[in-house]
Design a protein around this ligand. Structure first.
Ligand code: BGC
Length: 382
């Protein structure tokens, strides 16, 4: 209750006096029962997954590709010294699996993952290790289930003796055919498989549609497992956070969007960009609306974070935001405003968070200068 009051207060200070607190209406199927223990193993585990950084664009990169990120053993002390308590380690295990029925993982990928996991743990960080961008599975989950389970069987066996500050996350950003309802029984199988060798390991589970908060309503977790954390992603306001990102599609071509809007001088997009009507409308609102309702403002994610919080409270599951962030090419003062506001809201609601990312396109750490990117330390830790 106090947290709720505080968050309403901080929104009011930001000009959010008109933002009414949402009333949460549970919509999940009845199989999704509420757990009552607010000090479950998952809740205890979350004490070390409060403030994290994604080691992005590294182990998830397909074989033979290099996305420009290198990781050295001493890096994890820096991450810890900045104030982070955990790292999330995206990993593309599926690229290193042999044929059916064993789908045997190569020693080489374990060696690379071990390097990250052991150095991070030794540096005093908790670690969240996942399966990332498994597109063949998300396009055809039914026919790829055995591979998904076999990957987890091997990963779980390999890390069975590791400390409990290593957690697993079943799957990054399910999409396409991997709808939440399709995944529920597959997740249950993967969890049961992991439990054979890792009865005490914390497991993070995220809903479909890229781990969107709006998909939480379709999630069904095994009732008898109280060491599960639910993780969501949020990149809102998307036209701000992904402006100019070549992989994000035509709607993110407009650059120069600040946070929060409105800008001092209206932004006039290049006429040659041939923008969709909804983008033109968004920019119109961005240019004109006050910070309290501006689409490039704190309201772009407030209701989603609130919903994640309310859902977790209702179902008795601790919640985590596994990815949020804004491209490094964006002006540093807007980036700072954005990261500060997002993490403050998340913390106010008791949600753990992990920034995307440590040293890649959304970077926190500038390796050339051996220092955080401008404004980032202030935004996250002051
Ligand atoms: C992807 C990254 C991407 C980021 C932001 C992540 O889930 O793995 O490649 O940069 O989202 O779009």
């Amino acid at each position: 209750m106090i947290l709720r009051l505080l968050s309403v207060f901080s929104l009011a200070v930001l000009g959010f006096a008109t933002h009414a607190a949402t009333t949460f209406t549970p919509q999940n199927p009845p199989e999704m029962v509420r757990l009552s223990n607010t000090n479950s193993p998952a809740h205890q585990a979350m004490k070390v997954f409060r403030r994290g950084a994604n080691i992005g664009n590294y182990l998830e990169v397909p074989r033979g590709q290099d996305w420009g990120v290198k990781v050295s053993a001493d890096e994890f002390q820096k991450i810890r010294a900045e104030g982070f308590d955990h790292v999330r380690v995206p990993c593309g295990w599926q690229h290193y699996a042999g044929p059916a029925p064993d789908y045997k993982l190569e020693e080489g990928i374990f060696a690379r993952a071990d390097f990250i996991v052991t150095n991070a743990l030794a540096g005093g960080l908790a670690v969240l290790l996942n399966i990332h961008h498994f597109d063949k599975f998300t396009s055809d989950p039914t026919n790829q289930t055995e591979k998904f389970i076999a990957l987890w069987r091997q990963i779980a066996a390999h890390y069975a003796a590791f400390p409990n500050t290593l957690a697993f996350e079943l799957l990054n950003e399910p999409k396409d055919a991997a709808k939440t309802k399709v995944l529920n029984p597959i997740y249950a199988r993967a969890i049961a498989e992991i439990r054979k060798t890792n009865p005490k390991r914390t497991i993070f589970v995220g809903p479909g549609q890229w781990n969107q908060v709006s998909e939480l309503k379709n999630l069904v977790l095994p009732n008898d497992d109280d060491n599960l954390v639910v993780t969501v992603h949020c990149y809102d306001p998307f036209y701000f956070t992904h402006q100019g990102a070549p992989w994000a599609g035509g709607d993110t071509k407009v650059k120069g969007i600040q946070f929060p809007g409105p800008p001092a001088k209206p932004l006039v997009p290049d006429a040659n960009l041939k923008l969709n009507k909804w983008v033109v409308d968004w920019i119109k609102r961005y240019n004109t609306e006050p910070a309290s309702t501006n689409p490039s403002g704190p309201g772009a994610f407030a209701a989603k974070l609130q919903l994640a919080h309310d859902w977790g409270e209702h179902y008795g599951r601790p919640m985590h935001v596994g990815e949020f962030g804004a491209l490094r090419s964006i002006d540093s003062s807007s980036r700072g405003n954005f990261y500060r506001e997002f993490r403050k809201q998340a913390e106010g609601l008791g949600l753990g968070w992990t920034i995307w990312d440590w040293s890649a396109e959304f970077r926190y750490w500038d390796k050339q200068n051996n220092a955080p990117m401008a404004g980032m330390r202030d935004a996250l830790f002051r």
